[in-house]
Design a protein around this ligand. Structure first.
Ligand SMILES: Cc1cc2nc3c(=O)[nH]c(=O)nc-3n(C[C@H](O)[C@H](O)[C@H](O)COP(=O)(O)OP(=O)(O)OC[C@H]3O[C@@H](n4cnc5c(N)ncnc54)[C@H](O)[C@@H]3O)c2cc1C
Length: 400
């Protein structure tokens, strides 16, 4: 039943990701991370040329069906690639991953809206234009973890949508944390249509970034994942077609939200795995070179223990994520409890062990001369991305 041997195709995809990571993504991510003003990063040619090269190689459309021009990769193969890409740059990889959210959701809902497939999914796959990157907005200044509070009817998105003359009018603000918020070409926006139904009264709307009334905030200045643009998005009397309601409000909301989290949490887990692997590989190489007390520090037992524990953590993260991906490949979108648990496990271990890896470099691990300090800064954001680990744990525990 279990086979860990990669196929020839999987090896090829991973090699392509590794070559791209070593030559393009890694150097770009390190430069973007060091830019003092995050706005500067997303106006730079460096960011956009790197994104374009990622699109040219097809990483943006890994999860989209071949019938629409996507690569149609199964979840395990895509996971192998995400681990590799994240090892070179978790911030940029998070942007690339979030960037496919609009076409993926439309493709998921394709039987109900063929017109949007032709307008958004096929061009995304066939034009391979990095400017078509997208974003999704559920969280708001007052709605973070509450996005998962399906029972309390007084909790609802403050962003609203109402029908006027056969057009939806959208008003409201999405939080500072919208991945690709400041650079996306289109958005999935959760907006309240039926206030009596609480958060389940929200529908999912497709909103083009150039629609009149859409404005974006500045990229929020953060500890880590600095190659990921995160910004608020504002909607002021934004009008969209009636058919832009791609998922209606009602009892289906938890199903949709949970499906997004089931897939998204695995992605975040792979970002954590790649981040820890990068830190581990750097610490291992350093520990084999650095001599103190007459021998390479890797031979001091307490240093060896840190390396061993990080290695074991990665093995457990990887197998858990593969199981989640296998469930996703077997019956889309997979199993919620497994995805939540694998994400919590992976991101908590990444935060713990990246810090240990930095300690192996002693004082140098805390300087900007070595990349390891960046991994220590990136990892905690992954503990909050796609839901804070504490709230995901509450959700997963309820499914035991
Ligand atoms: C890297 C990153 C990318 C993101 N991308 C997106 C995106 O693309 N789109 C989007 O919509 N959002 C995005 N977010 C937002 C993210 O979903 C929220 O930050 C997250 O849901 C937490 O919301 P909050 O920050 O408002 O914290 P709050 O919900 O205010 O939580 C604050 C603290 O209270 C705890 N808490 C809250 N409720 C409970 C509870 N019931 N039980 C126990 N503890 C609780 C939390 O664990 C946390 O420690 C992103 C966030 C990050 C960090």
């Amino acid at each position: 039943m279990i086979d860990f041997t990669p196929t020839a195709d999987q090896e090829l995809f991973v090699k392509t990701a590794r070559d791209f990571g070593r030559e393009v993504l890694g150097p770009a991510e390190r430069t973007l991370d060091k830019m003092a003003d995050p706005e500067e990063a997303f106006k730079s040619d460096l960011f956009w040329s790197t994104m374009q090269q990622a699109f040219d190689l097809g990483f943006h459309k890994m999860g989209l069906p071949e019938s629409y021009g996507g690569l149609g990769l199964d979840a395990i193969t895509a996971g192998l690639v995400w681990e590799e890409l994240a090892c070179w740059g978790a911030g940029f990889s998070a942007s690339l991953m979030a960037g496919a959210v609009v076409p993926r959701l439309i493709a998921f809902m394709a039987p109900f809206n063929e017109e949007l497939v032709n307008k958004y999914v096929i061009p995304f796959c066939e034009n391979d234009d990095a400017r078509l990157i997208s974003a999704w907005g559920s969280s708001e200044p007052d709605i973070g973890s509450d996005g998962k509070n399906y029972t309390d009817k007084s909790v609802r998105h403050r962003t609203t949508a109402r029908l006027r003359d056969g057009r939806w009018i959208i008003d409201g603000t999405k939080s500072n944390f919208i991945s690709n918020g400041g650079i996306a070409n289109s958005y999935i926006v959760f907006a309240c249509v039926e206030p009596d139904q609480g958060i389940c009264g929200s529908g999912a709307f497709l909103v083009p970034a150039d629609a009149k009334g859409v404005t974006r905030g500045k990229c929020v200045d953060r500890l880590g994942l600095r190659a990921l643009n995160q910004a608020a998005v504002y909607f002021d009397e934004v009008e969209v077609d009636e058919s832009n309601l791609i998922f209606p409000p009602g009892d289906g909301y938890p199903m949709l939200h949970n499906a997004i989290i089931t897939v998204g949490n695995l992605g975040t887990g792979y970002l954590a795995l790649g981040t820890l692997r990068a830190a581990y590989e750097e610490a291992l190489a350093y520990a084999r070179e650095r001599v103190q007390w007459g021998k390479p520090i890797a031979e001091h037992q307490l240093v060896a223990q840190k390396l061993f524990e990080a290695h074991t953590a990665m093995e457990s993260m990887r197998t858990f994520l593969w199981k989640g991906s296998w469930l996703c490949a077997s019956a889309f979108p997979g199993d919620l409890k497994t995805s939540l648990s694998a994400k919590i496990h992976a991101t908590n271990l990444a935060a713990k062990h990246t810090a240990a890896m930095a300690q192996i470099l002693g004082g140098y691990g805390l300087t900007r001369d070595y990349p390891v300090e960046k991994y220590v800064r990136d990892a905690p954001l992954l503990q909050v991305m796609d839901g804070s680990n504490d709230t995901l744990m509450v959700k997963a525990a309820a499914l035991l």
